[in-house]
Design a protein around this ligand. Structure first.
Ligand code: ZN
Length: 369
């Protein structure tokens, strides 16, 4: 009798909500959005939208804003408000966006009535079921690794005068490709897989044509002062410091020396620069974040001197329509660092730390939470 009373009590005073099934029009796969009861209103964790729609979700704590990108469209929510903004339009979900233990929860009314209005061609709702177009997959699946130099262009020459940058970067790239493909479920393309000359333009052209999601150029540094050592990662911009300008000039030298002198430089400098700079500026923040992940894991693992994440104007980064960075693994012009760069254990350390940097960036980028 007492149990029966409790049962009746639960039915009357606590609504139980069913999860929502997402059914895609182009595949047999289904997802379910788990719902939860807050103040007798049906809510769901906003990150469920990542699972169901591959939505990119970011929160801005200062502004108390939640940004959700679905089907390439940006929706902006305000904490403790029932309104959301899409372009110039506002929509009322009736119930507020709330935060519980650092997680954001949206009312199910958003799925039932707002989403089908914003995306009439992609989404409809009926009886706990969302019928939806297959989501756009923004995750990182293809990476171009670009071993610097090659063929007639040796790159930096070692302190010992016996070893070349082009050979070390190729060896690192081949090993890194293997590790990334085995452990990260990505396809890795190489701008060269043997000792051959590839122009700087061809390198990013490959990345664009194959719709790569990341472009990572691998290099070793050199300096006329053999005391200088350390690791640095660059992303594209007009060079900020004199030192960055010096490295930029050295890496860009290939255009002048091997790709047709001043005329070739001019070709890179005109139209290509304007277009490519626009393409990259879209990815500036992501390129910087990738650079920070790579630099921090490289420094932690190798204990090399930390030369930081820097901006420079590399030709090879200019043409990339995706997050792109250039890693300088160390100075071949430094006696100790040359030895390290030739050492297999040290090379494996470099591979492991670049792998870790890419892995961490990918986890954040893909919003796997
Ligand atoms: Zn180089």
């Amino acid at each position: 009798m007492r149990n029966l009373f409790i049962c009746i009590f639960l039915v009357v005073f606590s609504k139980v909500f069913a999860d929502i099934t997402v059914i895609y029009n182009t595949s047999l796969a289904q997802e379910s959005i788990h719902t939860i009861n807050f103040f007798d209103t049906e809510y769901f964790n906003a990150y469920e939208l990542n699972k169901a729609f591959k939505a990119k979700i970011s929160s801005d704590i200062m502004d108390q804003r939640l940004n959700i990108n679905i089907y390439g469209e940006q929706l902006i929510f305000l904490l403790d408000s029932s309104y959301l903004q899409h372009g110039l339009k506002y929509y009322n979900m009736t119930y507020d966006l709330i935060q519980q233990e650092e997680k954001y929860f949206l009312p199910v009314s958003f799925l039932q009535s707002i989403l089908p209005i914003i995306f009439p061609d992609q989404v409809s709702y009926e009886n706990n079921k969302l019928f939806a177009s297959a989501p756009i997959d923004n995750s990182i699946r293809r990476i171009v690794l670009d071993p610097g130099h090659g063929g007639k262009d040796p790159g930096a020459v070692g302190y010992s005068k016996k070893y070349f940058e082009k050979d070390i970067t190729l060896e690192l790239a081949l090993k890194l490709k293997k590790k990334l493909e085995q452990k990260l479920d990505v396809l890795v393309l190489l701008s060269r897989d043997k000792d051959e000359f590839v122009s700087l333009q061809q390198r990013t052209k490959l990345a664009n044509e194959k719709a790569a999601d990341l472009f990572i150029s691998l290099h070793c540094n050199a300096h006329r002062n053999s005391q200088i050592d350390g690791v640095e990662v660059y992303y594209l911009s007009t060079a900020k410091t004199d030192e960055a300008r010096a490295v930029e000039a050295m890496e860009n030298q290939v255009v002048f020396e091997y790709e047709g002198g001043e005329e070739a430089v001019k070709k890179y400098d005109d139209l290509a620069f304007i277009l490519a700079d626009m393409a990259q500026s879209e990815h500036l923040e992501e390129s910087y974040n990738l650079g920070v992940n790579l630099q921090s894991s490289l420094i932690t693992d190798t204990e090399a001197y930390d030369r930081g994440v820097k901006q420079a104007n590399f030709y090879v980064l200019r043409g990339a329509f995706m997050p792109a960075v250039l890693i300088e693994f160390g100075f071949l012009s430094n006696e100790d660092e040359e030895k390290k760069l030739l050492n297999k254990n040290y090379q494996n350390k470099l591979i492991d730390s670049v792998f870790k940097g890419i892995h961490d960036f990918k986890m954040k980028y893909d919003q796997m939470q």
